[in-house]
Write a protein that binds this ligand. Sequence first.
Ligand code: CU
Length: 118
Amino acid sequence: MNKLRFIPLLVAGALALSAVPASAATTLEGTVGPGFTMTLTKGGQKVTSLKAGAYTFKITDKSAIHNYVLTGPGIRDKELAGLIYMGTKSTTVTLARGTYTYYCTPHKTSMKVTFTVS
Ligand SMILES: [Cu+2]
């Protein structure tokens, strides 16, 4: 009789677990402009290294003369915010081990930052 009382609890527990997506992405926040600067932060800290996995890049583009492009293993020059575009845009990508770079196409010599994924 005691065993039966636990069954509803087990079912509830299983449902709660299945409600969380296995690949829940971590949010990163990035900015570009209005000056000639770009940022990428996680929880307010500058991103220099990350663990491999799914990430949502929430990019705020404050300038119509800059874009925000990500490139690295498995991601080839993916534009996360366009040149003319201004506003906030979220894109979820999967980062693999290696070195990634985010840059602005017209100003790539000065607006280019790298981080590593392990
Ligand atoms: Cu630029």
